[in-house]
Ligand binder design. Structure first.
Ligand code: ACO
Length: 435
């Protein structure tokens, strides 16, 4: 029998098998304090069990704060809505990575440095054209992240501050180029070079959608929406992909290898891949006549593999603040493009049903960031398979910031969880003829 009692001196007492033990508490500035249980194994011979790490803080972090019950998200203390409405993606990247908003001069210098590095080596362009046309973009993107490091060995050090800053700039700059190349290579279109005179997001849209040598002017409403979407995706504390980035980096793997691991983790449909899964789901409902009632019945009956994609979140037990902003943006973009999409009606219908239905209310399932993003990306001209690479493009500064924080943290150790062994006890090998 184990008992936990907090004391005002920021320690907790645990009684484990009749032994009284005291463990320190790490106080949070906001949110949950943490009990430091690292010495529990040495003290008691027991480990903690927490599948899915639902109750485990793997680190202390100063980057992002989420209050899942209140639907709050802040980067470095700044509310997400203020950043989405007032900042740019590169400025937010700077904030996440360096901890403070840049001065006017720092802002310009950072943007210029990133933009100037948009070009990739010619061999890298060739490499980007060698994947099969039908390859999933996330697989291509993860391979590209790994390959990127091989082209810039001078930026591979995990301890030299200048090399890390260079890698930071190179990754932000070249992920944009890579994402546009993934889009074009899938269509057999020529890969375009960056245009330094344009902004990060504007030139991303040009590199993605322009015809070679043809004049291209991006729709300002689309540029603004893309800027906002990238900001909304820029960090989300210790989710699956970010934890993957940190744990890979904790083995002293270089930053490119860690980013590639993050891309792979993000690709799963329970994580970043959900934006793609939402569109597949909406298409299916539309193909069946647009009536969501039958689909919702299947969700609530928990038919294998049927979930309301884009709903639910490990941390948010309230409306995901990002989803609210994305929903507004979806209306703005469709309006500015003079487009309409029957799937937006279906999505809003699903949300309306879910928010009034006891199955979803009792489980605190609300729309997450992925529920409406796909509709915007579709309206902009992206294929469904490109949605998760766009998420990865946005998440890059967050992963970089978390990787850098992890490297600087004196408490960082190689990530190595324990297990409870439940397999066979010792037995002797039986030669094949005797089996
Ligand atoms: N549709 C229907 N039921 C759901 C959904 C959903 N989208 N999400 C959770 N539930 C139900 C579960 O069946 C479970 O029901 P039960 O208590 O009767 O067994 C309960 O809600 C709790 O769900 P868990 O899966 O235990 O919650 P967990 O925190 O492990 O999972 C997750 C969170 C993976 C996001 C889940 O809600 C989900 O699968 N959502 C759909 C996929 C999705 O949109 N992912 C994107 C998340 S945001 C992001 O990663 C960027």
């Amino acid at each position: 029998m184990t008992d936990v009692a907090a004391t005002p001196t920021q320690t907790v007492r645990l009684s484990v098998r009749d032994r009284e033990l005291e463990y320190p508490v790490v106080p949070a500035v906001e949110g949950n304090d943490g009990i430091v249980v690292a010495s529990l194994l040495k003290d008691t011979g027991m480990v903690t069990v927490d599948p899915g790490f639902t109750n485990t803080a793997s680190c202390e972090s100063k980057i992002t704060y989420i209050d899942g019950d209140e639907g709050v998200l802040r980067y470095r203390g700044y509310p997400i809505r203020q950043l989405a409405e007032g900042s740019t993606f590169l400025e937010t990247s700077y904030l996440l990575i360096h901890g403070e908003l840049p001065s006017k001069e720092e802002r310009v210098a950072f943007a210029e440095r990133v933009n100037r590095h948009g070009l990739v080596h010619e061999d890298f362009r060739t490499f980007m054209g060698t994947f099969p046309r039908h390859a999933h973009p996330m697989a291509v993107m993860a391979s590209a992240m790994n390959a990127l490091g091989t082209f810039y060995p001078e930026s591979l050090s995990i301890s030299d501050e200048e090399a890390i800053e260079l890698a930071t700039v190179l990754i932000l700059a070249k992920t944009r180029t890579i994402t546009s190349y993934v889009h074009r290579a899938r269509r057999g279109e020529p890969l375009l070079y960056p245009d330094y005179s344009r902004g990060y997001v504007e030139d991303f849209l040009r590199m993605t959608f322009a015809e070679p040598y043809a004049q291209y002017e991006a729709n300002p409403a689309v540029v603004a929406a893309m800027e906002k979407l990238l900001i909304l995706h820029a960090d989300h504390e210790q989710n699956c992909s970010t934890s993957t980035v940190r744990i890979v980096g904790s083995s002293n793997a270089n930053i490119y290898a860690s980013m590639a691991a993050g891309v792979n983790a993000l690709g799963g449909p329970l994580h970043g891949g959900a934006n793609e899964a939402v569109l597949v789901m909406l298409d299916e409902i539309l193909a069946n006549g647009g009536d969501a009632t039958d689909f919702m019945k299947r969700v609530k009956n928990k038919e294998p593999g049927v979930r309301l994609m884009g709903f639910g979140h490990r941390v948010y037990k309230n409306y995901d603040p990002r989803a609210a902003i994305v929903k507004e943006s979806a209306h703005e973009v469709l309006e500015s493009l003079g487009a309409s999409d029957p799937r937006l009606e279906i999505a809003m219908g699903l949300e309306e049903i879910a928010l009034a239905d006891d199955y979803f209310i009792s489980r605190k399932l609300y729309p997450n960031v992925d529920f409406y993003t796909g509709l915007i990306y579709k309206a902009m001209g992206f294929d469904t398979a490109m949605f998760t690479p766009l998420f990865a493009l946005g998440r890059m500064p967050g992963w970089i910031a978390q990787w850098r924080e992890m490297r600087k943290d004196p408490q960082t150790k190689i990530g190595r969880p324990r297990q409870i062994y439940t397999g066979s006890p010792k037995r002797d090998y039986v030669p094949v003829d005797e089996r």
